[in-house]
Design a protein around this ligand. Sequence first.
Ligand code: DOR
Ligand code: ZN
Length: 346
Amino acid sequence: MTQRLTLSRPDDWHLHLRDGAMLQGIAPESARHFARAIIMPNLLPPVVTGAEAAAYRDRILAVTGTGFTPLMTLYLTEATDPADVVAAHRDGIITAVKLYPAGATTNSASGVRDFDRVRGVLEAMAEAGIPLLCHGEVTDPEIDIFDREAVFIDRVLDPIRRATPGLRVVMEHITTTDAVNYVTAEPEGLGATITTHHLVINRNHILVGGIKPHYYCLPVAKREIHREALVKAATSGDARFFLGTDSAPHADDAKESACGCAGCFTATNTLSILAHVFEAAGALERLEGFTSRHGPAFYGLPVNAGTITLERREAPVPYPAKIETGAGPVTVFDPGFPLHWQVMPA
Ligand code: DOR
Ligand code: ZN
């Protein structure tokens, strides 16, 4: 008998769609499976005002059509106007605000250097119930790249949360036991997204047997014990953890380079990979919580009405190695094992 899994239609609570020819090429990969996604604002230049977010939303909808709902975010800078943030949220243009420490990752140069300078915005967000989405890494050159998330919790995140009671926070793309433990210790107001790729790779996958640029992302994958902690959190049924793929396309020439960009492109095969990971953990019945229920609960949104069905095949399920776009080919994340769960056409 065919094994079949039907889930409420999933959402992606952390997604990079880019713009122009790249947006055109890769947005359908997400819209095919996901009903909604939180859209990252790290364009060049970044999306910093409500008006820019509305214009970007319309460019996305022009590609995906209305069957997909982009949930827009603003890129927090030291010049962000609290009134603009509150008005954009009140008018239904934005769902959240993204904090990039300046220099932490792709297109983060306009991010925050001095966290005291965004205190007024954070207070207005707490008051209006607007979530803050954190790229949780310090940028201090003294701090080893593998320690940057843990240090961010102590030096930046915890002080912000203590100074701004009521601020709802999502730690994005967590990669460490430190982050899992920090989130688990908080009864409310704090959630975390976990990516597909961080459930699959550890730092050996990037570096052993030759450098693998398509496994390089930020935060960088850590030791195996951390990956195991992420799998445990994702498959636990704990509603504080939900899917944010951080699917982040770069054209192959920008990845396969002497100074390669950070980002794994997982939109195409994320659901097949997740079904594999949850099945291996004996937690298939918890997949729907992770992909479709915990995120809406955190954001105070309804669970999607539609469903998506996956079927388990004996033979490996094929998927394209690359997505061809007008901005160049984009390599699809290779989990390193055959996939057997196939998303059925709607
Ligand atoms: O790997 C990443 N890629 N991490 C980020 O934080 C940004 C993203 C991108 O925009 O390419
Ligand atoms: Zn991201």
